[in-house]
Design a protein. Sequence first.
Length: 104
Amino acid sequence: MGGYLIPANSKKSMLIFGVFNHFDLYLIGGSLIVSFLLLMILPIDELGWGLLAITPGVIGAFLVFPVPNYHNIITVIMEGYRFYTSRQKYIWKGWCFNHGEDKK
C-alpha cells in the first residue's frame, strides 16, 4: 500500500474547541460584552429597548456560526465581497492564446 492516511478534520486541530480561531472568540466575546452592558444601561422593560440591547450579541453569534465548506458566516460574507469586487473578466492564456491569428 504505502499510502498516507490524512484525517478529514486535520484543520480542526488548529482551531480553539475545533471551531473557533482567535478573531472569532474576540468578536463573539466583544459583542456579548456590549450586549451585557446595554442590558444594564437601557430600560429593558419595553420590548424595543430589550431587542436593541441584545442585537450586538445576536449579530456576533450569527457571524461566527459554523457553515459547511466554509469556516463561518463571516468567511462566506468576505468571500462573496471579494468575488463581486474583484475582476470578473478572466484572460485565457491557454493553447489558443493567439485567438486564431498566425504568427509572422
